[in-house]
Design a protein around this ligand. Sequence first.
Ligand SMILES: *Cc1c(COP(=O)(O)O)cnc(C)c1O
Length: 391
Amino acid sequence: MSEERKQFETEAIRTQLERSDFLEHSTPLYLTSSFVFEDAEDMRASFSEEKERNIYSRFTNPNTSEFVEKICNMEGAEAGYAFATGMAAVFSTFAALLDSGDHIVSSRSVFGSTHTLFTKYLPKWNITTSYFKVEEVDRIESLITPKTKILYAESPTNPAVDVLDLELLGNIAKKHNLILIIDNCFATPYLQQPIKFGAHLVIHSATKLIDGQGRVLGGVTVGQADLLREIYLFSRNTGPALSPFNAWVLSKSLETLAVRVDKHCENALKVAEFLEGHPNVNWVKYPFLKSHPQYQVAKKQMKLGGNIVAFEVKGGIEAGRKFLNAIKLCSLSANLGDTRSIVTHPASTTHSKLTEADRLEVSITDGLVRISVGLEHVDDIIQDLKQALEQ
Ligand SMILES: *Cc1c(COP(=O)(O)O)cnc(C)c1O
């Protein structure tokens, strides 16, 4: 590896394992469960960690190591570990760092399964969570107790695309000696690096924009070395490791992350501007629209606005459902961050089991539509949304 750090795009392409004797140009796939030892002494030294080397692919594998090294470079992190899914990364990170009796302070607007982890599973181990709404960051300090260990947030949030001030969260974490963990999935390391603002750990679902082509699941946690050591030991023993094949796909995907995300963001801004001017739309939320309530914060911490646009169709839940039924080009799908544009209506689908009041807690109004803007020609995406709005 080169001593001198290069630009983001160069690191994404040129960070690579050492070539094998075949002198391959592109990194090969290492489909092997385990690695061999020279002799008894080699085996002893490897297991005692005197030597840094691959032993078994649940611990490390060349392909997962390459993927992790790239994400560490991109996020400015000391260490990392790659997981089978984003949720495996979230769960393992909490499970490795928390003890019975510990307390979490979290943004209320977090990914659905993360919220279920906080409300249903962590309480089994006597770990509790208090929540703040995204517009009530001034309440965070009042939620902190002597048992609080972790401050947790996503920005931008799913599905309402709210933005939290990472610098402010970093300052609170520092003042109260908390571990700040940011799920950076919507921004990707290309648009936002939370460690610069004081985050100790950054989590990604690599399933989204990092793969970017709707093929594989993956997750990763990167950050401070001592914390990652605990996460690594937990994971090497409990087995949530990313498969070498998925790591190989994801590492290749990172080579094109910057160009893909640039184009996603360019398309998303045009879609947001179109929607803002449409008479059948109540409001639009996109971090780089001047009308976004946290526009200044978004500008401070993000390079571009991301690929997710939230808006409200006039006419409530029925209008939202009708809009979805009229969509022709975009997909109705549970994923996001794909090359294909994806439209969802949370009130009638993912969040339909919640009451209207509970939905409003997480900024989901009945007419809210979320678009993951893809890489089709933007004129075709806009045309599809236009005809559906005008049905
Ligand atoms: C999708 C997602 C996750 C979970 O990732 P999986 O790879 O689906 O397990 C976590 N956080 C956010 C913000 C997500 O969008």
